[in-house]
Ligand binder design. Structure first.
Ligand code: GLU
Length: 365
């Protein structure tokens, strides 16, 4: 069922990867999901968002089932994350897959400059066929600035990298009209095309012992993904090979209503307050019309004060709007590299920046 999707985020909750009683990694299960992943890799781009650091580390902090105090959670995460990452690295390695760890905070998805950096890093890893394993940076995230649960984090990551499928592994087969743990007769919803008030109502949370999300954060995640061109599937992770075995009876599908390109372009086109303007020459106008990136060599003037990652208007020398895009340099640096070719950038700025001032993927005409 997931064959047609090319860029896939797989979100694994604590209750899937950690044994609730022993607070240890479910190694046999991990081995099976790594073998599922090896069937997809490298023809598809895979990103793993995995929880479990706090659950794994908590046994070193106290004997209690839940670690409650923030500093204890942070300490537990610091202990658990290293083990979590190690297990992934070893398991994937056995399938000849290299992996990398990224620990993100909310700001990394909210501040455009940081968002851009994360995206570039993930793309660079994918180019080398390395699978990024992501978790929240729980050790430094305080309550006010946390994603709090990895359903949200996974949805943000999916949005950030224009994924077309997010797989949410859960302890249930999907979304039910009633709580399936309380009512064995509860009916499952197979497909969702819009998250309306009925869906929101029935998703009233059903938190599992280890995870923190429950169903309502999954629905929130589905909603933002669907609007960004990314479909979402909620499926059960209790059994081995949870990805290979996704089928209609053990999952709920939320279908995207737009393609990633369209939604990203929409986000850019709808930008109301560009932070600055770049005036470009006729050669650059032609290049942009031919779907090329904007290089510093084609820029005549940079107007305004902006940061790297801000949205900027692109105009020709008659002040006619050519496009809008996300700029890879702040205004001070952008001004310094006007008219320069890519090889000269490092000499002028003293660091190796990007070749493009605005990459074609970050630009709409
Ligand atoms: N980031 C947390 C951890 O690794 C988990 C958050 C969640 O349960 O979704 O323990």
């Amino acid at each position: 069922m997931i064959n047609k999707y090319k860029k896939i985020v797989i979100k694994i909750g604590s209750s899937s990867i950690i044994n609730e009683n022993t607070k240890k990694i479910r190694n046999v299960w991990l081995k099976s999901i790594c073998s599922d992943i090896s069937l997809l890799h490298p023809t598809k781009k895979i990103i793993i968002v995995c929880s479990g650091a706090i659950a794994l580390g908590s046994k070193y902090i106290g004997n209690k089932k839940f670690v409650r105090k923030l500093e204890d959670k942070q300490a537990a995460a610091a202990i658990g994350q290293i083990e979590l990452a190690n297990c992934w690295q070893n398991s994937l390695k056995k399938n000849k897959i290299n992996s990398a760890q990224l620990l993100l905070t909310l700001e990394d998805s909210e501040v455009r400059r940081r968002y851009l950096n994360v995206r570039k890093t993930i793309n660079a890893l994918h180019k080398k066929n390395i699978i990024p394993i992501i978790n929240e940076n729980d050790t430094i995230a305080t309550e006010e600035i946390r994603f709090g649960d990895n359903d949200r984090l996974a949805a943000r990551v999916a949005q950030m990298i224009d994924a077309n499928l997010l797989i949410l592994l859960s302890d249930v087969d999907g979304l039910y009209f009633e709580n399936p743990f309380k009512n064995k007769q509860a009916k499952k919803i197979k497909e969702v095309y819009t998250v309306d008030s009925t869906i929101e109502k029935i998703s009233s949370s059903n938190p599992s012992a280890l995870g923190s999300g429950g169903m309502s954060t999954k629905i929130w995640a589905a909603k933002i993904c669907m609007n960004s061109g990314c479909s979402v599937v909620i499926t059960n992770s209790n059994k081995k090979n949870p990805i290979r075995d996704i089928n209609k009876s053990n999952s709920t599908w939320f279908y995207a209503n737009k393609s990633p390109k369209t939604s990203r372009q929409q986000w850019l086109s709808n930008h109301l307050h560009p932070s600055g303007t770049v005036v470009i020459d006729n050669g650059a106008v032609k290049a942009i019309k031919n779907n090329k990136s904007l290089l510093p060599a084609g820029v005549i003037e940079v107007k305004g004060k902006f940061n790297r990652g801000d949205v900027i208007r692109i105009v020709n020398n008659q002040n006619i709007k050519i496009g809008i895009g996300v700029i890879a340099y702040d205004s001070a640096d952008a001004k310094k590299i006007i008219g320069k070719n890519s090889k000269e950038i490092e000499k002028v700025l003293g660091y190796e920046g990007r070749d493009e001032l605005i990459h074609k993927d970050d630009l709409v005409k």
